[in-house]
Design a protein around this ligand. Structure first.
Ligand code: ADP
Length: 372
């Protein structure tokens, strides 16, 4: 019974470790800019994708992520700057290598499957210069890996969204590209399916060992998949680092807001600490007596017993059930605004009750640039 449920909700994937490995390339963006008329889609972008690395381009819609993918693929040419594959120029003022000569695989949000071709026809489509039998064998092996070997004669319209996504993935990996570019590859899938597909895709990316750039606007997706994240805003790179670095040390207030919900308190710096009604937070930033923005993530609040001297009292003015957590609206003494806290369901205080909390400083950020 469990097995049947598993298959119907998630689909069966092939055995791990069977995807064919590629020879990964590095990709370098060196001061790359591209404008469409007055719109500077990307501006002075520099970063490097190392061999075998998975980098996520993360940022809100319109920040230039897809443009960078098109530039890497060679379907756009930069106005200025250089793009290198394995340290060899593929785009610059003097040189331009067309897409088909770049060993770059593409997978787009809408999967872009050919409706008139079977699954097999779609997966073998990108295998140029390979004899038919070898192409079929390679495609079968990729289809087996994504668990769709039994559907090779089907047409895209006969498949579910999740299955189409897997065909697109098989098609992208079958030529063993040195670099795989994936633009919002999971956005067409519903929430429950998405997590599983992400997990399997990540396993396949690691197996193929190709370098991958993955575009997403979802910070959780980026944190779950990336070795490093390139955070973008309005055509520019804001910050580059591991998921942990970006989450713990966001470059500015806007970056912090992008990664999670936050409570924001505008306060002053006194004796080297941002002083708030919820406690003092030591900081290196800002000037004595100057303004500070304190951001407190809802998960910073930890319920304590009455005997914890560091804790502070709050009244619960509202609560929302989130499944594994409860979000509480809390009113603390000395603060006019409500503060949001996310706590475990078990032992959660009830509406109208008072309870004691302390703050986990790992989830508190202090900025002197007030960031709008
Ligand atoms: P993202 O992928 O982050 O959503 P894009 O790279 O698609 O962002 O777009 C960056 C900016 O460039 C946006 O302002 C968008 O409207 C603009 N843009 C993208 N492609 C074109 C195009 N072909 N013609 C004109 N403007 C474009």
């Amino acid at each position: 019974m469990t097995e049947v449920l598993h298959r119907t909700t998630r689909g069966r994937w092939g055995p791990r470790g069977t995807a064919a490995a590629a020879f990964a390339s590095s990709v370098t963006f060196d001061d790359v800019s591209l404008a469409y008329g007055d719109t500077e889609a990307v501006r002075n972008v520099s970063f490097e994708l190392k061999q075998g690395e998975i980098v996520c381009l993360l940022g809100p819609s319109g920040c230039g992520k897809s443009t960078l993918m098109r530039l890497a693929a060679g379907v756009e040419r930069p106005d200025s700057g250089r793009i290198l594959l394995d340290n060899a120029e593929v785009a610059s003022d003097s040189r331009f290598v067309p897409p088909e000569k770049r060993s770059v695989g593409l997978m787009f949000q809408d999967y872009a499957l050919f409706p008139h071709l079977t699954v097999m026809g779609n997966v073998t489509f990108g295998l140029k210069g390979v004899d038919k039998q070898s192409a079929t064998n390679a495609a079968r092996s990729a289809l087996l890996r994504v668990g769709l070997d039994h559907l090779e004669k089907s047409y895209p319209h006969e498949l579910s969204g999740g299955e189409q996504q897997r065909v697109a993935l098989a098609r992208a990996i079958v030529p063993r590209p040195a670099v795989l570019l994936m633009d919002e590859p999971f956005s067409g899938l519903d929430q429950r399916l998405r997590e599983h597909v992400r997990h399997e895709t990540l396993a396949i990316l690691k197996e193929t060992r190709s370098s991958s750039i993955l575009v997403t606007h979802d910070p959780e997706e980026a944190m779950g998949m990336a070795d490093r994240i390139v955070l973008m805003r309005a055509g520019r790179v804001v910050q580059i680092g591991t998921p942990d670095e970006l989450y713990r040390h966001p470059a500015d207030a806007e970056a912090a807001r992008f990664f999670s919900d936050v409570n924001e308190l505008r306060v002053r710096i006194v004796d080297g600490a941002a002083e708030t009604p919820l406690g003092r937070f030591e900081t290196e930033v800002g000037e004595e007596g100057g303004p500070a923005l304190v951001m407190i993530r809802p998960q910073a609040f930890v319920r304590t017993g009455d005997d914890d001297e560091r804790s502070i009292v709050a009244q619960v003015t509202d609560q929302r059930f989130l499944g594994d957590k409860v979000e509480l609206s809390l009113l603390f003494e000395g603060l006019n605004e409500v503060v949001y806290a996310r706590v475990a369901t078990t032992g959660c205080p009830k509406l109208g009750e008072t309870a004691r909390f302390r703050l986990d400083h790992d989830h508190v950020l202090v900025f002197d640039n007030l960031g709008g």
